[in-house]
Ligand binder design. Structure first.
Ligand SMILES: [Zn+2]
Length: 348
């Protein structure tokens, strides 16, 4: 998980250095061509000095801005501050209300634009960093009038979200469309997920290792064992105990052992009603766990693979909190960018 670093860019009143390159032709010699006072929105300065230069090569003129200033009227420091306030949990209106304490007034729409700009910058930086272990989890975020299913992909090395899409996690084809470009672009070799069939299918197709979140696994297996204890004949209760012990310890040979247990339980035809008998249910549980065993214990032999999907769930928690305050901001790309930013552990 990243460390919280709230470092704001510095802003200079005027530029002490001369430009190095012409922005048009990359020429390297200039004449000073006057100076202007540029009004800015900043917590320290009302205006900054901007020199204009003329390129001796192409003869075009351009402005050479001091550190922390560009064409925008807000300084880079203020844009970042607005985005950080929002990431820390304020609503857009809340940021609008708090910034005057720094001597700056911004409309909530400007704040919204600042947030999206920061998200884009963060996205660019992430684009080039490879991701070895990717956490995936579905969630619902408040969209336009209704809850929308989304799929979130998180770099479990850094704890940062890398992608967010309108994808139903139960649909293997949609999951594959979402995941395939990520796997190729980022070089993903392990995914961490819940125990859903859709992820299993896609992991196989894309040839990546899959680690099942142990919290999720233990929850559903624990529930199944609890129910079976009520229904399975007493003479088979030792099997339930052994399954629980195997799950607790996750030994490498667990798959083989579960398969042996499966063979010991007599097979019975499904009754005419079509429902499985309790013993049949137990057999099904044994064979399923045996077949999937490898995906429960990837963390044991692959470096830096966590045994739960906790990092992904945390990022989603942060996004959900924020999605309530960005309802109504029209475009999906804008909302997506903002949610990506809010899902990040704070670091700049
Ligand atoms: Zn030039």
């Amino acid at each position: 998980m990243s460390i919280v670093v709230l470092q704001l860019p510095s802003v200079k009143r005027k530029n002490e250095t001369r430009p190095k390159k012409c922005p048009y032709c990359s020429g390297e010699t200039f004449q000073r061509w006057g100076k202007v006072s540029k009004p800015v929105r900043d917590n320290r300065y009302r205006s900054v000095q901007v020199y204009r230069y003329r390129c001796c090569h192409c003869r075009r003129t351009f402005r050479h801005y001091p550190t922390g200033v560009d064409r925008a009227d807000q300084t880079q420091r203020m844009r970042k501050l607005a985005a950080i306030c929002w990431m820390l949990g304020m609503s857009l209106r809340g940021v609008e209300l708090v910034l005057p304490a720094f001597g700056v007034r911004l409309s909530h729409m400007s704040v919204w634009r600042d947030i999206q700009e920061q998200a884009k910058q963060l996205g660019k930086r992430r684009h080039w960093q490879g991701v070895r272990v990717l956490g995936l989890d579905g969630a619902y975020v408040q969209g336009w009038g209704k809850k929308q299913p989304v799929l979130v992909a998180v770099d479990l090395g850094s704890g940062q979200p890398v992608a967010l899409g309108y994808v139903n996690e139960h649909d293997p084809r949609a999951v594959r469309r979402f995941l395939e470009p990520l796997v190729k672009r980022l070089g993903v070799s392990v995914i961490v997920t819940d125990d859903l069939a859709s992820y299993r299918v896609v992991a196989e197709k894309l040839d990546v290792e899959q680690q099942i979140c142990q919290f999720h696994l233990r929850r559903w297996v624990g529930r199944s064992l609890y129910e079976l204890r009520e229904t399975v004949p007493k003479q088979w209760h030792w099997v339930l105990d052994e399954v629980k012990a195997l799950l607790d310890e996750l030994p490498p040979e667990g798959s083989k052992r579960l398969f042996e247990l499966w063979k010991q339980i007599p097979e019975r035809r499904v009754g005419q009603s079509g429902t499985r008998s309790p013993l049949e249910q137990l057999r099904y549980l044994l064979i399923r766990l045996s077949e999937h065993w490898a995906s429960y214990r990837v963390f044991d032999w692959q470096k830096e693979v966590p045994w739960t999907n906790n990092g992904t769930e945390q990022a989603i928690g942060r996004m959900k909190m924020r999605s309530r305050t960005v309802r109504g901001y029209k475009s999906w790309p804008g909302m997506q960018a903002a949610l990506m930013l809010s899902g990040s552990a704070l670091s700049w």
